[in-house]
Design a binder for this molecule. Structure first.
Ligand SMILES: Cc1cc2nc3c(=O)[nH]c(=O)nc-3n(C[C@H](O)[C@H](O)[C@H](O)COP(=O)(O)O)c2cc1C
Length: 595
């Protein structure tokens, strides 16, 4: 502080420091504005301040920030940006897309959009209406508008950042002026998002405040040093790790308990745990051998100067292929067969499934050195697991439920990067790097609405957290669990806990679907269908419907079953049933956490 306020003497500085130590960020920001106003009144000749409105306050650059999010990342970036620009003399308004009146678009001067992509190239639910309005026929002309879009996505999906691309194109078609190019962020979004923020702020005309903004940066830094994130994870200790599937199950599912002691970390039921992972050592060894490289050479990487082996083990994705990796490798290898695969959507889709980077090296060998090879890969993102505990019960602990991904393909065992790491390499008392990823869109209701929880396999995890929370806070909502897996005897995850909740009356109903216990396959959607009258009645009584688990099969089937239940039991057309479901989603009464 003394650096930016040299005119103050020591006692004055001391009093100021005592005062500001007790203030929140918002209060400091308010004081900033207050002093500017005061100063403007006393020094009307001051140039930087009189270049403003008739009250002598500096005129602020209007800015609207809109976000469309499902799991909360876009919202987080938007909120941080909003806070940052407020002190840089922007008149900033922040809105979730579903809270924004699109009729105001014509009045906007500067618009920043942060939006992710979900489903298969779709906008998040809260961005659906905005997306369809701006990309549709009724989109207005927006010639006077400056805009920029930050798109969040995941390169492993076919329609990478599609929603952001659509909105960017639509704004461009409407005649709005892009102040930066569209920036797309892969799962490791922080650096790109920071870069976008800088670019955007550079280009937007801002009347900078005369107060040195470093005062706030200092404050923010103090905050981040205690709030753990993917860039600054907490080194936690594993307290326990128990396999919770039976010996004869072909699935390996682990319940893992992690200590948060001395971290100050808190989370809510519905949140996810981010785990900094590492790749299987055997895969790294096989890649090095295929490249005929010892791996000891030090290389310049996005994570600094490290050995090739360390880079492959800790910093680059090697267990999953993305389109971009295959395209880059095809361009490097000039292999005809691979180029053919890249040019054929169907073949590319098939190749992406169940193959990894080592397959590329084995099947389409080419001369490639370590640096060129790393250039093809993407940074290794942390993995997210739905938290299966409530702090009301476990205090300074966090629990997760992890299914080990492992399968054979082309004579080689394939292992999921993080599930393999947790299942095979980490034991009780080992250290693990973690952080919390909030999921504001998967929360318990704050009223006494009944809740219906549908999950298959590890999709049960957040419901364990929900039930712990409810039991500890003595909530009285009616609760109904639909759970599905392969076999009752070996795959009923947390069986005794559910039985106890049922006995105590905390769980009102349970319906189970064990697909392999009988000849015909029974899945959760079949049980839901059987109970359709009751399900509809619960929905009509304001129930919240939760869905967690595999996106490709279970989630789609459950959603279409629910739709047909609404149609049949509501006695309405399919179109009306779709509107009913859409309304549930808008009212946050149909919530999905699918992967
Ligand atoms: C079920 C599901 C489907 C997804 N589909 C896509 C997709 O089609 N394209 C894409 O680029 N990213 C996709 N993603 C990745 C998200 O866009 C990415 O995780 C993003 O960082 C989430 O941002 P948000 O928290 O603001 O919603 C998907 C993620 C999930 C969980």
């Amino acid at each position: 502080m003394s650096k930016i306020l040299p005119p103050l003497n020591q006692p004055q500085l001391k009093s100021l420091e005592e005062l500001t130590a007790k203030l929140t960020n918002d209060q400091i920001i308010w004081l900033n504005g207050y002093f500017q106003g005061l100063y403007a009144g006393q020094h009307p000749g001051n140039k930087s301040i009189t270049e403003g409105n008739i009250n002598g306050e500096p005129s602020k650059t209007p800015l609207t920030i809109l976000y469309g999010t499902h799991t909360g990342r876009s919202e987080k970036i938007a909120r941080e940006l909003h806070e940052e620009v407020k002190i840089k003399n922007f008149d900033s308004t922040l809105n979730a897309m579903d809270q924004y009146n699109v009729r105001n678009l014509k009045k906007e001067k500067n618009l920043l959009i942060i939006v992710s992509t979900h489903g298969e190239g779709e906008p998040p639910l809260m961005a659906e209406d905005f997306h369809s309005y701006i990309t549709g026929k009724r989109a207005p002309k927006l010639e006077g508008l400056n805009y920029s879009v930050l798109a969040l996505g995941d390169k492993s999906y076919k329609f990478y950042c599609k929603a952001g691309e659509d909105i960017n194109q639509a704004l461009n078609r409407a005649g709005a002026k892009a102040i930066t190019e569209l920036i797309k962020c892969d799962v490791d979004y922080q650096n790109d998002a920071d870069h976008w923020k800088q670019e955007v702020l550079k280009h937007l005309k801002s009347n900078q405040s005369s107060v040195d903004p470093t005062i706030y940066h200092t404050d923010n830094q103090t905050e981040t040093s205690i709030s753990y994130s993917r860039k600054n994870p907490f080194e936690a200790t594993i307290l326990d790790k128990i396999r919770i599937t039976g010996r004869d199950s072909d699935k390996e599912v682990y319940h893992i308990e992690i200590s948060l002691e001395e971290s100050g970390i808190s989370y809510k039921p519905g949140d996810s745990l981010g785990v900094i992972t590492q790749n299987p050592e055997s895969l790294v060894a096989q890649i090095l051998s295929a490249l005929n490289d010892e791996g000891s050479e030090l290389l310049d990487t996005h994570s600094g100067k490290i050995s090739f082996r360390q880079a492959l083990l800790h910093h680059y994705e090697i267990t999953i292929l993305t389109r971009e990796i295959i395209e880059k490798y095809a361009a490097k290898s000039k292999n005809k067969e691979l180029t053919n695969i890249v040019g054929d959507e169907k073949k590319l889709d098939t190749y992406l499934y169940g193959h990894d980077v080592l397959d590329l090296l084995h099947e389409f060998p080419c001369k490639i050195n370590a640096i060129e090879f790393l250039d093809i890969l993407r940074p290794l993102p942390p993995r997210l697991y739905s938290i299966s505990s409530s702090q009301e019960v476990v205090g300074e602990e966090v629990h997760i439920t992890v299914s080990k991904v492992h399968y054979q393909n082309k004579g080689r065992e394939r292992l999921g990067a993080c599930s393999g790491y947790l299942a095979e390499q980490l034991e009780k008392n080992n250290k693990i790097l973690i952080y919390i990823e909030q999921n504001p869109n998967f929360r318990l209701p704050d009223n006494d609405s009944p809740i219906i929880m549908v999950g298959a396999g590890t999709g049960i995890a957040p419901y364990r957290a929900f039930m712990q929370q409810r039991a500890a806070t003595n909530q009285k909502n009616k609760t109904w669990l639909f759970f599905g897996d392969r076999n009752f005897s070996s795959d009923f995850l947390y069986q005794t806990e559910w039985q106890k909740y049922l006995k105590d009356g905390q769980l009102s109903k349970i319906d189970l679907a064990f697909s392999r216990d009988q000849k015909e396959k029974i899945y959760v959607q079949h049980q839901i269908e059987k109970q359709q009258k009751k399900i509809f009645k619960w929905l009509e009584n304001n129930a919240v419907f939760y869905l967690c688990g595999d996106m490709k099969t279970m989630a789609k089937d459950v959603e279409s079953t629910l739709l047909s239940i609404i149609e049949k039991q509501g006695g309405i057309t399919q179109k009306k049933a779709m509107e009913y479901l859409k309304k549930l989603k808008k009212e946050r009464r149909f919530l999905a956490d699918v992967y």
